[in-house]
Every structure is written in C-alpha cells, then in structure tokens.
Design a binder for this molecule. Structure first.
Ligand SMILES: Cc1cc2nc3c(=O)[nH]c(=O)nc-3n(C[C@H](O)[C@H](O)[C@H](O)COP(=O)(O)OP(=O)(O)OC[C@H]3O[C@@H](n4cnc5c(N)ncnc54)[C@H](O)[C@@H]3O)c2cc1C
Ligand SMILES: NCCCC(=O)C(=O)O
Length: 359
C-alpha cells in the first residue's frame, strides 16, 4: 500500500466496479480495494449475454456518450489483446423490426457505424432495422475473469464481504465508489432501483451476426453468437426476483428466436444451459458525487445500468474518475479534535447518516 496515494474502496465486483477499478488504478494515483458480497462468476454481470448495444437504460443522451466511449475503449485497449485473453469478438449486429421505424435510437448519433439496414440485408418477415457494423460480443465469464485479472495486475485487491452499513468503508478510506448494482436498494435505501429479470439459453451453434427482435421490449428475441457458443434470449420481467430458470420462459424464448430465422428452430439447436440475472434497472443511471460526514467523505454513485452495463461500463468508469478528482479536491480535512465519527457507529447503527436524496 503506497501511503502517498489516496485510498479508495469500491463496493461491487461486477463489470461496473471492476471497470471503475481498472481506470482508477491506471492513473497511478490511488490504492484501490474492492469489497463485494458476490464475486465472479456469481454476479449479475456473469449472467449477461453480452453484446455492445444500448438497451433498457437512461438517460439516452448520456448512454449514447458512455456507449461510444466504451466502444472506443474496447477498440483501443481490449480487442487488440486478442479473443483468447479477453473473450471479446467483433460482431456485426442487426436490430430487426416487423413494422417501420420512423425514429432512430436517440443514442445513434454517438455511434459512427450505426445505420438503417439495407433492403438486401433484411431477413424474411422483417421490413425495417438498424445495424452497427463494428459491434462486439463478450463470452461473459471469460471477459469477467479477464477484468478481475487486469484489476489485480494493476495492484487492486478484492475482499469478499457484504457491506451492511454504508458508513463502514469510510473507516478505511475517504473515498468510496458505490457500484452495488441492484444492491443499492438495500445498501443506501434507493427504492428507485429495481430488478428486471432476464433469462437466457446457452446453445452450441454459432452464427456470424448478432440478431435482435425486440419490438416488444418485454418479450425479447435475440441470438448472440460468442466465441464458444451462442446465447438466445430473452425476458424483461420487472420487479421479478426469481433467480431460477423457468421452463415456460425457455419455451417462449425458443419460439421467439425460431421466428427470427428457421435456422434457429429447436431441431437445429443443442441447449447447453440456462442463466437468469436481475438487471439493476432504474429510471436513470446514477453516476454522481455525494458528500458524507460534513464533507469529509466522498461517496461516488455508479449503479442502475439496466440492460447496458457492459455497453456503458468504460464510459461510466472514465466519468467516475472525473467525479473522484472533482470531489477529492472539495473534501474537508478531518479536524484532529473531532470525535472520530465512526466511534458512534455502534451507538447510532439504527439511524443512517446517509440519507438517500432523490436525483
Ligand atoms: C440476461 C441478461 C442479459 C444481459 N445482456 C447484456 C448485454 O448484452 N449487454 C449489456 O451491456 N448488458 C447486458 N445486461 C445487463 C448487465 O448485465 C448489467 O447492466 C450489469 O451486469 C450491471 O453491472 P453491475 O456491476 O452494476 O452489477 P452486478 O454485476 O450485479 O455487480 C454488483 C456487485 O455489487 C455487489 N454488492 C451489492 N450489494 C452489496 C453490498 N451490500 N455489500 C457488498 N457488495 C455488494 C454484488 O455482490 C456484486 O459484486 C444483461 C443482463 C441480463 C440479466
Ligand atoms: N439488446 C438485448 C441484448 C441483451 C441485453 O442487453 C439484455 O439485457 O438482455
């Protein structure tokens, strides 16, 4: 531990916490520790499909910028390392519609290769669609393992521990980053974050393009080819906490992807497994500073990424670094004569000093 560097504790070891940790460590200015209840492969992040494509997350202008910055980061820092290392593969993606789309997605101006699909690219039964030529997909477990490895190689350390009181990490660091995902609901009492249950099916066949039919944003049909297998999806069931795969959902997902193309009919598929994850949904991704303990402690919130955690992860990590720098300059130094506030921790456990403020 280098005493000249500021100590930072990140709560959360999903793609958001790990990406933020890597960016903070790369500056050389911080000692960074992750505290997390669940570690890969037991995080929501590990249950993701995952491809780069903004989905179920707001606000769309910021999601556009974060997605573009994430795409740039993948192109410069991750894809050149090779698929064997990171499990990341460039893949064109088609978003397909059976009805005409007057509006382009609000995030599209941020993505140079975004365009409307050409007639000759259209699949039978579809009349409109969008494509991103230079999209990419991740074999999620392999990518998460690479993120953990990268974080540790930069000097980061990971403690598997649950944080019951948000004041606890401030005993050890003046700066804490809240990357707790859906856990923010309990950790800081943010009732605006809620689960959107997603179920996926892992199958053996792979194909060269990611195909998505999400005209109905609750009954999703998508095929995401990855390095070792493909992922079929999906579901979007709000406020559903069930982590067990549902047979009914599997059947309905198989029906929906069969309608995308006959090559995905059940008889052509070999099911390898099913996964369920609870997207940390929120009306708006929360990425902002909150000063605690009379301005002596800084809590940076980075949670609520819905269906786009991987797609915005590096853009949000870069903004987290900006927030840390901005907030750290404003921190009041603790006055030696102050009663160490955490000595009150046990006496005041019931009344939390961190009151949640609606954005
Ligand atoms: C089926 C499915 C498919 C998806 N596909 C895609 C996709 O293709 N592309 C895409 O961009 N996104 C996709 N997503 C969304 C993406 O998975 C999420 O947005 C992302 O995983 C959120 O990352 P996170 O790090 O915030 O959360 P998580 O991965 O849930 O990590 C939260 C971390 O915080 C820890 N934590 C929480 N509370 C506490 C506490 N009190 N104390 C200590 N630790 C705590 C947890 O243990 C965990 O380590 C998909 C999601 C699902 C479910
Ligand atoms: N656009 C859907 C791809 C998978 C995804 O993001 C999800 O959350 O499910």
């Amino acid at each position: 531990m280098n005493i000249h560097k500021k100590d930072i504790i990140i709560i959360g070891c999903g793609c958001i916490g790990l990406s933020a940790g890597v960016i903070l460590l790369k500056t050389g200015d911080y000692n960074v520790k992750i505290w997390a209840k669940d570690l890969p492969p037991n995080t929501t992040s590990n249950k993701a499909a995952a491809l780069w494509y903004p989905f179920l997350s707001e606000p769309l202008d910021k999601v556009g910028r974060w997605s573009q910055e994430t795409m740039d980061y993948f192109k410069k820092e991750i894809i050149p390392l090779g698929v064997e290392k990171t499990g990341t593969l460039t893949k064109k993606v088609y978003e397909l519609y059976r009805t005409p789309r007057a509006q382009l997605p609000e995030w599209s101006p941020f993505v140079p290769s975004f365009r409307r699909m050409k007639k000759e690219e259209m699949l039978d039964g579809y009349i409109d669609g969008f494509t991103v030529e230079d999209g990419f997909v991740m074999d999620t477990d392999q990518y998460m393992d690479w993120l953990v490895e990268s974080f540790k190689a930069l000097g980061g350390s990971i403690d598997q521990r649950e944080v019951v009181d948000i004041r606890e990490p401030f005993i050890y660091a003046d700066i804490v980053i809240n990357c707790s995902g859906l856990g923010a609901r309990e950790l800081i009492g943010d009732r605006l974050v809620y689960p959107s249950r997603g179920q996926i099916i892992v199958v053996d066949n792979t194909r060269d393009i990611s195909l998505m039919d999400e005209e109905d944003e609750y009954q999703l049909g998508y095929v995401i080819p990855r390095v070792h297998n493909s992922v079929l999806g999906g579901t979007n069931q709000q406020h559903n906490y069930n982590l067990e795969p549902s047979k009914k959902d599997t059947e309905e997902i198989l029906d929906r992807v069969a309608k995308i193309s006959p090559q995905f009919e059940r008889k052509n598929l070999k099911i390898l497994g099913e996964k369920v994850g609870l997207r940390p949904s929120r009306y708006s991704i929360r990425l902002e500073n909150e000063f605690m303990q009379d301005g002596r402690k800084l809590l940076v919130h980075n949670y609520g990424h819905g269906g786009s955690g991987f797609t915005v992860s590096w853009g949000c990590a870069l903004d987290t670094l900006k927030l840390v720098r901005k907030g750290a300059d404003k921190l009041k130094t603790s006055n030696k004569s102050d009663v160490p506030w955490y000595s009150l921790l046990n006496k005041r456990r019931s009344s939390s000093s961190c009151s949640f403020v609606n954005d």
